[in-house]
Structures are given as C-alpha cells and as structure tokens.
Ligand binder design. Sequence first.
Ligand SMILES: NC(=O)c1ccc[n+]([C@@H]2O[C@H](COP(=O)([O-])OP(=O)(O)OC[C@H]3O[C@@H](n4cnc5c(N)ncnc54)[C@H](OP(=O)(O)O)[C@@H]3O)[C@@H](O)[C@H]2O)c1
Length: 184
Amino acid sequence: MKITVYMATSLDGFIADKNGGVDWLNALSEQTDSDEDYGYAKFISEVDVLVMGRNTYDQVLSFGMWPYGELPVTVITHRDLPTPLPDEAMVSTQAGTPAEILAQLAADGLNHVYLDGGELIRQFLSADLVDEIIITKVPALLGDGLPPFTQPLPLDRWETHRVQGYPNGFVQTHLLKIKESAAS
Ligand SMILES: NC(=O)c1ccc[n+]([C@@H]2O[C@H](COP(=O)([O-])OP(=O)(O)OC[C@H]3O[C@@H](n4cnc5c(N)ncnc54)[C@H](OP(=O)(O)O)[C@@H]3O)[C@@H](O)[C@H]2O)c1
C-alpha cells in the first residue's frame, strides 16, 4: 500500500488555527489564481481512499459542501457520524491502530491512501506507516495553532523529491520516505 499525506500549512507551520479553523487557508486559496490547483486534481485522481480523523471530518462538514465527490472516505472515529450524510458522499467509519486500519483497507482492495488529520497523521508517522508527504506552505502567519508534527522525520529516512514555488507565494515540498533497502 502507499500512504500519502497531502496538507497545507501556514508559513509558521500550523494546519489550523488554535480553534481548528482553516478560514485563513480557504480565504488565501480563493484570492489566488483559480486555475491553479497545486497538483490537487491529479493527486486525488490517483488515490483509492481518503482516510481522515474525526475532527477533520467535522471541519469539512462545516463547509456546507462535500468536496470529495464519490471518492471513498473512511473517517477514523470512536463515535457515530451525524446523519444524513452529504449527498453523493461515500463515507464509512473505522477505529483502531494504524496497522489495523490499513489491514481493513487492504482487505477492501484499496491501495493508495490519502491520509488527513493532524492527530491521525501523527499516529501513522509514529508507526512508520507514511510513504509520502506533500506539504503546501502558504503565506499566512497564525502565531498559534495546531501543529501537524510533533516528532522529527529522520533525515536518513526521508528525501526531498521536489520543491515547487508558485507566483502567489505558495511553496510545495514533496518528501519521500527512502525504502529500507536503499537507506541501509
Ligand atoms: N491544513 C490542512 O491541510 C489540514 C489537513 C487536515 C486537517 N486540518 C485541520 O486540522 C484539524 C484536525 O486535526 P486534529 O489533529 O484535531 O484531528 P484529526 O486527526 O482530524 O481527528 C482526531 C480525532 O479522530 C479520532 N481518532 C484519531 N485516531 C483514532 C483512532 N486510531 N481510532 C479511532 N478514532 C481515532 C478521535 O476522535 P473521536 O475519538 O472523538 O472519534 C480524535 O480525537 C481540523 O481543524 C482540520 O480542519 C488541516
């Protein structure tokens, strides 16, 4: 399986403000070139399933529109989801360790996972189960907020595959985990 994190952070490294809000991100995206999607459409067309933490799901619901079409979405949560689900949404739930979650996805024939949500991403990184990280840094300073990472990415295990800057100040960094055999 391939597990990819695709996220945006503020210039000072936060994925959300301290209340979990991402208005700053949505506002910046709307202000900028509407034809530019920072590779998102291509990326989303290549994944089999979006796996997101419950807090991220609740935040997405607050947008009032479902942005993922018919892409299967698995929400990682201990609680039932509010009903009804958004129109056309294909949403299921799971709970468990990262390894248990991946085992179920593999049993369902799903190979490429888009992993989203701060706490969930940290769990998968701790379990060494992330293969690829695509971070788009946007020119907003929050001063405080939710950090995506709380542990180092060992430099001997991760390499920078590509860095791309955009005229509006967005900078996208694409990191790949070096395979065990190549790293040793
Ligand atoms: N800037 C970006 O690109 C970006 C990307 C993603 C998210 N965000 C923002 O970041 C915020 C959310 O991040 P977050 O760190 O608060 O949370 P999160 O990872 O989205 O969700 C955490 C919650 O998911 C459930 N959960 C996590 N691991 C679980 C497991 N192994 N088994 C069962 N349930 C599990 C728990 O909820 P329950 O136990 O209550 O069910 C937990 O409190 C949102 O504000 C979102 O908008 C921003």
